[in-house]
Design a protein around this ligand. Structure first.
Ligand SMILES: [Zn+2]
Length: 108
């Protein structure tokens, strides 16, 4: 299902762009239905660009937290073998997640 621009996106992304002198084209984004804009010879969809940036920022946030936790675990390895194994397993999971995130970040 297509998700068109929300009211918030209209007000905070599309409107300011129109005011900034970017040219609104009479074509629409096939992905979100927002009008496409042209600025400095470049045609783009401001809503998709904004959403993509948001998505990346969110992923960065998760990645940072995971990395933090991983460091925390690595800095507090227990002596007890059973505990150590649990610890390492948790670290392994985090590393797996990080790898998955990084792959997602690279592509669509
Ligand atoms: Zn779009």
């Amino acid at each position: 299902m297509k998700k068109g621009p929300t009211e918030w996106e209209m007000r905070n992304i599309i409107m300011p762009l129109m005011l900034s002198g970017a040219k609104m084209l009479d074509r629409h984004c096939p992905k979100c239905g927002s009008p496409l804009f042209e600025k400095d010879g470049r045609v783009f969809c401001p809503v998709c660009e904004y959403r993509e940036k948001q998505r990346k920022a969110e992923m960065k946030g998760v990645e940072e937290k995971l990395t933090e936790k991983l460091n925390e675990l690595a800095n507090s390895l227990p002596d007890d073998i059973d505990e150590l194994e649990k610890h390492l397993r948790a670290m392994e999971k985090i590393i797996e997640l990080l790898e998955r995130y990084r792959k997602l970040e690279g592509g669509e």
